[in-house]
Design a protein around this ligand. Structure first.
Ligand SMILES: [Zn+2]
Length: 134
């Protein structure tokens, strides 16, 4: 059952990135409007274990290893600045939640990122939740 120990496939990498973006989005989805931009990787790891059922069976080393694989990708896309030596992640901007009109994937994207669906590459993204449908 529990054979998914590492990010052995693209799918697991992709999934981990989704959860990480979700985490960074939620950290700033507050009524006060404050921008929390600095995160320690060890805090992200413990949050993953506590908050996401998906990663409850993963140990600290497994989550840390996945995280250190995914963070450089987020940095390359312009969402964060990552300092692996200090274990510090800095958000470049708050993430915005947008839904793809084609595949319905929920994307959490930073201001400086290219606005394309992370799953299918479509540029037809709408605000999520969609204000027109509320
Ligand atoms: Zn899509």
């Amino acid at each position: 059952m529990n054979y998914r120990k590492h990010l052995s496939s693209n799918r697991q990498f992709f999934e981990f990135e989704w959860y990480l973006r979700d985490f960074l989005f939620r950290a700033n989805n507050n009524k006060t409007g404050e921008f929390y931009k600095l995160f320690e990787t060890k805090d992200i790891v413990s949050n993953f274990q506590e908050k996401y059922f998906r990663y409850r069976t993963w140990n600290v080393d497994q989550i840390s290893s996945a995280l250190s694989n995914v963070l450089p990708a987020l940095q390359a896309k312009g969402a964060i600045t990552y300092d692996p030596t200090r274990g510090i992640v800095q958000l470049n901007s708050k993430l915005d939640r947008k839904q793809c009109s084609l595949c319905y994937y929920i994307n959490c994207l930073g201001e400086e990122e290219i606005k394309l669906c992370l799953r299918c590459g479509s540029e037809k993204l709408v605000e999520f939740p969609n204000p027109k449908k509320l």
